[in-house]
Design a protein around this ligand. Structure first.
Ligand code: SF4
Length: 372
């Protein structure tokens, strides 16, 4: 099964910590960009041969598009997914959860909302330069009818001023509303962000690793106690509610990425990424790059993505790639002996206590680094 990702590179404001690709001044070319997204889809859909399991509108802020604009972007994908049960996710900012929008999104066939709650502390939301406040989140969630959408929320933890009381306030949403999925991300300090500038000029404290680890475990305990499965380092789901779209990324399935900054993968060896520049994307000149993954890079990616998930790295996939070499076998045995990796359902899985160190442990099983 394959997925389609459509990137909407527009936002109302620039959040302090964000390094995604978006623009806040887009009114003059908004329509042209939507036409270009449709053209790219029509030109490239043949690259996907597997049945489509998911369609994901990400950004940026896809929920700032009008229902008519979203409907236009859905016309082509719907032709290709006729008669298939497809997960259609819309990333939503809380201020866009209005009665009118919800009814329109449901009528368009959107069946999953990924809502950027981030925190319920208004001071932290202001510090993040978010456009919404906690009251917008509550007001929007109150409008959700049971079963109209599968609802996921995004939380951010490890913010310097954040307390466990703040974490409790956001986790309480899970008790009060029909939320089936949570993505909880540690705040990171990315280059080219206002947060990075403030930290490096001494206006904000450094992010605190110990606090981030404590918050991670606090959230994990709380969500497990509420019946959520922790199925990927940053993702939790009620039984049967795992994200199909992101799950396919982690399983190495094919996906087609449409829009500026979007990435694609053919499910085998070929990766492509579109330019993160709206003007260049519109002109379609020098607007994407491609690479073919070497066998070593495929091996490394399998460990990197697999060990971050509950399902781990299937032995059958390692065998299909030629199997473990002697040194790798020894390293794996050592990691098993140390209690970091165990075998479950014919897969190598990372022990839960070590999930936060998943990337570092994967690298111990890498071949020749990520690049050739
Ligand atoms: S709304 Fe999302 S994509 Fe836009 S600036 Fe904020 S975090 Fe980034």
């Amino acid at each position: 099964m394959a997925g389609i990702y459509i990137h909407i590179p527009f936002c109302r404001k620039k959040c302090t910590y964000c390094d995604f690709h978006f623009s806040t001044t887009f009114s003059s070319y908004r329509t042209a960009l939507i036409i270009q997204l449709r053209q790219e889809f029509q030109t490239r859909i043949h690259e996907i041969t597997a049945p489509i399991a998911s369609l994901y509108f990400g950004g940026g802020t896809p929920s700032l598009l009008s229902p008519e604009e979203l409907g236009s972007l859905l016309e082509d994908p719907k032709q290709y997914t006729r008669n298939q049960a497809v997960e259609i996710t819309l990333e939503v900012n809380p201020e866009d959860l209005t009665e009118t929008n919800l009814a329109a999104w449901q009528a368009l066939g959107i069946n999953r909302l990924s809502i950027g709650v981030q925190t319920m502390n208004n001071e932290l939301l202001a510090w993040m330069n978010r456009n919404h406040r906690a009251a917008d989140t509550c007001k929007g969630l109150n409008l959700l009818q049971q079963d109209a959408f599968s609802v996921s929320v995004d939380f951010i933890f490890g913010v310097p001023q954040q307390t466990e009381a703040d974490l409790t306030a956001m986790l309480t949403l899970v008790d009060e509303y029909p939320i089936a999925h949570v993505s909880a991300y540690a705040l990171t300090q990315e280059p080219q962000t206002l947060l990075h500038h403030r930290v490096t000029t001494g206006k904000e404290p450094q992010l605190n690793d110990e606090q981030q680890v404590a918050h991670y475990h606090f959230i994990e305990r709380a969500l497990r106690a509420r019946g959520f499965e922790h199925y990927e380092v940053s993702n939790y789901a009620k039984p049967g509610k795992r994200a199909i779209h992101n799950g396919n990324y982690w399983k190495g399935k094919a996906y087609l990425g449409i829009g500026p900054g979007a990435h694609s993968f053919d499910g085998k060896t070929k990766r492509r990424w579109n330019v993160s520049n709206n003007a260049q994307y519109l002109k379609q000149q020098d607007w994407f790059e491609e690479e073919t993954l070497s066998a070593d890079n495929q091996w490394n990616e399998l460990w990197l993505t697999g060990l971050r998930t509950q399902g781990g790295v299937p032995m059958a996939r390692l065998e299909a790639m030629g199997g473990l070499r002697t040194k790798e076998g020894r390293m794996l045995e050592a990691l098993i002996h140390q209690g970091k990796i165990h075998v479950q359902d014919a897969s190598y899985c990372l022990a839960k206590d070590h999930w936060l160190a998943a990337d570092g442990i994967s690298m111990q099983l890498f071949r020749a680094g990520l690049k050739d």
